[in-house]
Design a protein around this ligand. Structure first.
Ligand code: FEO
Ligand code: CA
Ligand code: CA
Ligand code: CA
Length: 593
């Protein structure tokens, strides 16, 4: 009953009412303050944002588009000063640029790119590192912060680890096979225990166009990742994105990128030891013996769950000693058994089927074609693995499986066919040891509306009509060991609610109870939920608000909620809708939740 649920839940905030409108909403007693919007200054000398006079040079000094992962790295151990690190996953041309859309038979058609537009888009990708300070309980960017930085699709980067310098990574512009320009489609990510910023390269296929030369040896590899996806036209202006001219360039993307935020001139490193696929994120935890474990999702229908275990141990007293931990270690892929057991299978060249007979000449080949290696190891094909969040207090990890409407055969770990709303798996590592190669697993939640029997949702009966959600995407475990889940796709699925941030009980009587804390404007998804260590602040990223609605000039309507559109967060006719990072705090201060 009501009293028991109240008593056993780890959360006590008043629930937000689920719904859909042009604004965002947070639980009563909390403030949700817009902190950084697309186009805001990242440096004191950056130009003011002028949406009708955008340029590459301006965008390189301003906050990028479509904020996804958000991390917070305290400076000097302070709770009121630190670096916010934010990924800029992708760009929506029809929402970014004026006068690029025409209507054809009621559909929006985006005009062909120009070289200038492609360069602005490239500068709007990547990441931002920006110092924040809290003054009188409110966060603000420090525009003259010495460590502030923009990373873009043109920033010079280094490939490191077992695949660096391999022939398959060489191009006409880079005969070393170890120097890459830029990072793209940085979805979720992580902050390492030693305070570096991890950017995961996810849907890289869309950035490549052209035709691979006939019978090219990379054909099978590229096909497995959907390259070339040709969503962007950069390859018309930058030949490295044309696979007809640079067949190996795609092999230089799809990696985990590590950024040393304490040196704004440092060269970001693409850590090939963690494999190449559509990396959602890389959340990490220090295991009992000091090795560090990174959980990795490959976000595609029927792809896999991975984890990487470093060879070396984390040294909390010597930051420099940790800086190349990600170059040596073992990548594993998960196999979930019907009896509730699981195995983490190592991807090691020469072991099992990962041999020259199967086209793997070395560990570099295993890493460049991680997916094909995992196929041969008979890993369990999953319903789109997104963020995977370890809970250091319990030795468990939570896997967000966002959806898979193409599944026709259920299995124990993916128990629904046409899984429109996704589910969450809880992994219990053997003996609570994150380096374990065996474990148990359970389904924490099957998502969707519990009131619709056919959906098969398994939220607890204490969960209200506001508390259920579909399409889990990102997750956070706060300092009290509590799970928070953010979603991607509730607007589009016409669930009568937008995406948002839900608090999910995992322990005791309340396990499986969820309640809504914050929701986004129509068309948006919610990314990057990032609670600070002292639980005074939740940073969240509102991504692609207004998508599916009208374009910059007011053409088109939302296909799923008629007549609803938004110009969040400015609500000005001459200002487009803008993705933004929001800081949520408790009114009068105090811990969130
Ligand atoms: Fe970029 Fe898997 O979401
Ligand atoms: Ca995501
Ligand atoms: Ca996370
Ligand atoms: Ca997603």
């Amino acid at each position: 009953g009501e009293a028991r649920a109240q008593g056993s839940s780890a959360f006590s905030f008043p629930e937000v009412e689920a719904g859909v409108d042009a604004d965002h909403h947070v639980a009563e007693g909390y403030d949700a303050d817009v902190l950084l919007r697309w186009g805001d200054k990242v440096f004191a000398d950056a130009p003011e944002f002028d949406p009708r006079a955008q340029s590459e040079a301006a965008q390189e000094r301003q906050f990028g588009y479509n904020n996804d992962f958000v991390g917070f790295i305290p400076l000097d151990g302070a709770t009121d000063r630190g670096l916010l690190v934010v990924n800029h996953e992708y760009t929506n041309e029809h929402l970014m640029f004026p006068n690029v859309v025409t209507l054809k038979d009621g559909e929006m058609v985006v005009a062909d790119a120009t070289a200038d537009r492609a360069d602005i888009e490239m500068a709007a990708h990547g990441g931002t590192v920006i110092e924040l300070r809290k003054v009188d309980g409110k966060w603000a960017p420090v525009l003259d912060g010495r460590l502030n930085r923009r990373i873009t699709a043109k920033t010079r980067m280094q490939l490191t680890g077992p695949a660096a310098g391999h022939d398959r990574l060489k191009t006409s512009e880079d005969p070393s096979g170890a120097e890459v320009l830029g990072t793209i489609n940085n979805c979720a990510g992580g902050v390492t225990p030693w305070g570096t910023y991890i950017m995961a390269e996810e849907n890289i296929h869309g950035y490549f166009l052209g035709d691979l030369p006939a019978d090219h040896p990379e054909a099978r590899n590229h096909e497995r990742l959907g390259v070339p996806g040709a969503s962007y036209q950069w390859g018309r202006f930058h030949k490295r994105f044309d696979v007809g001219q640079e067949p190996n360039e795609p092999n230089r993307f799809g990696w985990i990128v590590e950024v040393d935020v304490m040196d704004p001139t440092s060269v970001p490193k693409k850590r090939t030891a963690l494999g190449r696929f559509k990396h959602e994120g890389a959340e990490s935890v220090v295991a009992k013996d000091g090795r560090v474990v990174f959980y990795l999702g490959d976000d595609e229908r029927f792809d896999y769950v991975y984890k990487f275990v470093t060879n070396g141990r984390y040294n909390p007293d010597d930051r420099a000693a940790n800086m190349d931990l990600l170059d040596e270690g073992t990548l594993h892929v998960a196999r979930f058994e019907a009896d509730g057991s699981m195995r983490w299978i190592p991807l090691v060249h020469g072991e099992g089927p990962l041999t020259a007979e199967n086209g793997f000449e070395s560990q570099a080949d295993v890493l460049i074609e991680t997916r094909r290696a995992a196929d041969l190891l008979e890993a369990t094909p999953m319903d789109r693995p997104e963020d995977i969040q370890p809970n250091p207090q319990t030795g468990r990890a939570y896997v967000m499986l966002t959806n898979n409407t193409k599944r026709t055969e259920a299995d124990a770990a993916n128990p629904r066919v046409k899984n429109a709303f996704g589910h969450i798996i809880e992994i219990l590592e053997a003996d609570g040891d994150f380096t374990a190669t065996t474990g148990r697993w359970e389904i924490l939640l099957q998502c969707g509306d519990p009131a619709v029997a056919e959906v098969g949702a398994t939220f607890s009966t204490e969960t209200t009509k506001n508390g259920w959600f579909g399409m889990p995407d990102n997750a956070a475990v706060d300092a009290d060991g509590r799970l928070w889940v953010s979603t991607d796709g509730n607007s589009m699925a016409d669930t009568g609610r937008t995406d948002g941030l839900w608090a999910v009980d995992t322990e005791g009587d309340a396990r499986g109870t969820s309640r809504l804390f914050y929701r986004v404007p129509v068309g948006a998804e919610l990314c990057g939920p990032c609670p600070t260590e002292d639980m005074s602040t939740f940073f969240v990223a509102v991504q692609h608000p207004g998508d599916g609605g009208e374009d910059w000039e007011g053409h088109g309507r939302l296909s799923y909620y008629e007549d609803l559109s938004t110009r969040w967060p400015d609500f000005k006719d001459d200002m487009p809708v803008r993705p933004a990072v929001v800081a949520i705090t408790r009114q009068g201060g105090g811990r969130i939740g």
